[in-house]
Design a protein around this ligand. Sequence first.
Ligand code: SF4
Ligand code: SF4
Length: 405
Amino acid sequence: MRNVFRLADRAAPIEDVPDPLRVRLPLGGARLLVRVGDAVAAGQRVAESPGLRGDVHASIGGVAAAVDGDFLTISRDPDAAPAPERLGEVAGADADALRRGLAAMGVPCADLTDADLLVVNALEPEPGVTALGALCRFESPAMLAGARLAQRIAEPSRIVLAAPRGAGLSLGPNPVHELEPRYPDGLDALTVRAVTGRERPGNAVVVGADRLWLMGRAALEGRAATRAVLTVRGRNLRVAVGASVRHVLDFAGLAAHEGDRVLLGGALRGEAVWDLDAPVPRGAYALTVLPRAAGAVYTDAACMNCGECHLICPARILVGIMARFAEFGRFEGAQRYGLDSCLECGLCAWVCPARRPLLQFIRLARRELARAAEAQPPAASMETPGDAPVEAPGAAPEARREVPA
Ligand code: SF4
Ligand code: SF4
């Protein structure tokens, strides 16, 4: 089956969604710096992440109202005057200090290492998304400030903007490398391959246009990473991180009915939200409502070994086999069949005639392996030593894990 998906090369302007009365901030394992009942200012750092994953900041001012699981809820006082975000600073003489400063402002930057080439990726991550193009087109001061900061951190000899052919995007004096706007070539690994002609070149790093914008916003205005720009049915909406999906849908005039699927992301890679009060996380780029009639319906049908998933996979993975390992809880087996190379493009699931939830199996395997590694870092094993490389499905039904929606 041929891949016919195209990426957008035009973008609508960015609209600001009014702040909600409540945000629920995903903490991602970060250590809380406030307690329930504390007053918090907009922009204040409220949790510290390990490494350079990016700290968590209040996207609205108010009161820390609750901590449940891995989320901090902040309630805004509707009568209080809107407080400006507290300004911070990304300061430092050397790259390490700049990285630490950026992470403290909420921008993940562990991967921003020394490189000969820095690729700024402005190709959209999915069909129907225009958020990255909008940032390049309408937020150019922040984008340029981000590029200057990235230059100081990674010290590349060249910065290249990878952009859809004919979109007319630019990034100051830096050269533009135009690419066919064809999905999934906007995914970082494929964009770098297209720009350099090599797979995983050791001397290149890639930064998405959305992250460069956050870097520039931090450098230029001292603002922490408290906003995300999402494409919602053709519009680009700037939203407070932690605002509910319902809040965004209401602003966009969209409703989700019984049986519809609401995805954070687009139709190919998006993750279904469990309810409309789910928060918009940092790094989100789209919100999609798939009507019941249009959405893909997945089944637990067995694989037919037709090979369509393998033929379309840009990472050349034997997806059918890998997914069977994941389906039956044999996650390290899935790793042996290329799990770590998967780009999560979702094309395999899209073409599967059995409608198997292949992307969900892949994500399940990754999460379970990550969880196992955190719980038992050394020599964690989830398989018996005698596992054969390929195994018939159904061999261990008791090990089957619940598949996320
Ligand atoms: S989601 Fe992963 S396995 Fe499936 S086609 Fe994309 S890269 Fe291949
Ligand atoms: S997983 Fe789906 S597309 Fe892949 S071989 Fe099996 S039936 Fe075919």
